[in-house]
Design a protein around this ligand. Structure first.
Ligand SMILES: [Zn+2]
Length: 210
């Protein structure tokens, strides 16, 4: 009798671990959605890669034309209608962003990135696509917006994208990615929202040893 009881106790932690794994398996993978002004089109891939690598979530970046704001607005609404989307980031100039999010901005999942606020002027619009500083600021703003959108807070590490910045010089000085401790917080932050990350990439040793 005692043997059976002890055996049962030994199995208990295994049962709970199995339950936790099952519960995690049922969660949807988080998807971060971004609406990007068409003049920033050439930076789309860099934004996608940065978010995918740092947060390990699905990333959907849509480029919108200022001539067709209705389509962009519809895209924002449909992303917000999905429970798998914890953050929708709208990137544009100050003359456009408010029109795009009007009436939707009460949703806490909506993050507005106004280019002029990060020192990118409308006047230089034709050169945005070739400007490395615009690219760097855009990548940092999108990653920081997404991380804050899932509930992550300011980080003291000067190389971390979640480092607080008030001036543009401080934005340019900080790193483009999340520091290792912040990366560790992404999974638990998403789990609080009922979502999960993509699995970590597995290291595959090269059989030829090259
Ligand atoms: Zn950090």
């Amino acid at each position: 009798m005692r043997t059976i009881f002890l055996f049962g106790l030994l199995l208990l932690p295994v049962f709970f671990i199995a339950c936790a794994a099952d519960a995690d398996g049922e969660l949807s993978v988080a998807e971060v959605a971004i609406l990007l002004d068409a003049d920033l089109r050439s930076h789309k891939q860099a934004v996608e890669e940065s978010l995918a690598e740092n947060l390990r979530v699905k990333v959907s970046v849509q480029v919108y034309s200022r001539k067709d704001l209705a389509a962009a607005r519809n895209a924002v609404s449909s992303y917000l209608a999905s429970k798998a989307v914890p953050v929708v980031i709208v990137v544009g100039v100050k003359g456009v962003v408010p029109a795009l999010v009007d009436g939707l901005d009460k949703d806490k999942r909506l993050v507005q990135v106004v280019l002029e606020d990060m020192g990118v002027s409308e006047a230089g619009r034709k050169k945005w696509g070739r400007d490395k500083l615009v690219l760097s600021r855009l990548v940092k703003a999108c990653l920081e917006g997404a991380a804050r959108g899932i509930g992550m807070t300011t980080c003291p590490n000067p190389f971390c994208v979640l480092r607080k910045h008030e001036k543009i010089a401080a934005l340019d000085a900080k790193g483009r990615g999340l520091c290792p401790p912040c990366r560790e917080k992404v999974g638990p932050a998403l789990k609080k929202m009922g979502l999960k990350r993509l699995p970590a990439p597995q290291f595959k040793p090269d059989p030829k040893g090259q």
